[in-house]
Design a protein around this ligand. Structure first.
Ligand code: SF4
Ligand code: SF4
Length: 341
């Protein structure tokens, strides 16, 4: 399964380059006349400028229509209490960030109640798939490649596994990771509690303790602790959970009905969910297209210095890719890249 790439060459018309890429990769061959086509994207957190530029998404919408499909933009609400946590605020964010060129349907409903519980394989046995995605006929997965605090990096597999699942599914994945507080380091300052959406952990006799089932394993408290007393345990489990959830999401589609476009541009260490993703850490690479989530993520990682992500997150970025392949998602962990010069 070859991955196709147009380099991010600003001496060329990049919209034309993107279309040359889609032609070569046959990106829209997955669409038949009348298909309801989910264009799965991340509309960006307000304040974060690094999400996929709306002009490219508009172009993809036009291509889907030309192929006979009925495109709608979609994403699932967040589990954490940010501005995309419910459909109203999510839709408002989409509009403010420029995604007004097709209906934006929040895939899991007003507050995450619309999903289809689906059997999967691997570290999870079942996964909640957001309703509008489970019911779509075809899907174009539009991803932005960037670093991620918990999974090393985020690309197509993460867009499927985390992005196509509602709050319940996201929590199911996050809770494969453990959290520990080293009480010998804790000074009881309560900074962790201040930043936590659920006002966890409990501070008991001057020490923080977290045994709550509400904890969603977000990195907020860890980042806030001045004593570096809070740590995740078995972070690799989340990478495996992404792959497991991605398998479940793909099982709601017929074979060859999902296509992938990944933008390796504005590559920051932090993910698109953060309002403050930090510095750009890598040079722009280009736009990838493939019919495989495994191959397109592997192609990105072999095109950059992935060690930078691995070291920053203390997770091997390839875990999610290898796990997805091991579960039976089609693709190659060392794909051939066809560079369109
Ligand atoms: S990981 Fe920390 S900040 Fe996040 S929900 Fe759990 S206790 Fe709260
Ligand atoms: S922020 Fe760190 S040191 Fe302060 S109470 Fe929480 S765990 Fe303890």
């Amino acid at each position: 399964m070859t991955v196709h790439l147009v380099p991010w060459n600003t001496k060329l018309n990049l919209l034309e380059e993107a279309n040359r890429l889609y032609e070569t990769a046959k990106t829209f061959d997955c669409i038949q006349k009348g298909d309801l086509v989910a264009i799965k994207l991340h509309v960006g957190e307000l304040g974060n400028p690094y999400y996929v530029q709306p002009v490219f998404v508009h172009d993809i919408i036009c291509r889907v229509k030309e192929a006979g499909g009925k495109p709608f933009l979609t994403d699932s609400n967040t589990a954490y209490l940010a501005q995309r946590n419910n459909a109203y605020d999510h839709m408002k964010t989409a509009l403010m960030n420029g995604f007004n060129m097709a209906p934006f349907i929040v895939a899991d409903g007003l507050r995450g109640e619309n999903f289809q519980l689906t059997k999967t394989k691997g570290i999870l046995k079942e996964i909640e798939v957001s309703g509008a995605i489970a019911q779509a006929d075809a899907m174009i997965v539009v991803s932005h490649c960037k670093g991620h605090e918990l999974t090393g990096f985020g690309g197509a597999i993460k867009n499927l596994g985390m992005g196509c699942t509602p709050k319940a599914g996201k929590l199911r994945q996050h809770r494969t990771v453990g959290i520990e507080i080293d009480t010998s380091k804790c000074v009881g300052c309560g900074k962790c509690k201040e930043v936590c959406a659920f006002h966890l952990p409990d501070i008991i006799q001057g020490k923080a303790h977290n045994t709550s089932s509400l904890c969603m394993r977000c990195p907020m408290c860890i980042a806030s602790c001045p004593m570096e007393a809070i740590h995740f345990v078995d972070k690799q489990n989340l990478c495996k959970a992404l792959a497991s959830a991605a398998y479940g999401v793909l099982s709601t589609f017929e074979h060859k009905k999902v296509s992938y476009v990944s933008f390796a541009k504005d590559i920051a260490q932090g993910c698109d969910c953060l309002p403050n993703p930090g510095e750009i850490v890598m040079k722009d690479v280009g736009i990838f297209a493939s019919d495989s989530a495994v191959s397109i993520d592997a192609a990105f990682l072999q095109s950059v210095d992935a060690k930078l992500f691995n070291d920053a997150s203390e997770v091997d970025c390839m875990v999610q890719v290898k796990e997805a392949k091991a579960l039976g998602i089609e693709g190659e962990v060392k794909p051939k890249i066809n560079v369109l010069n």
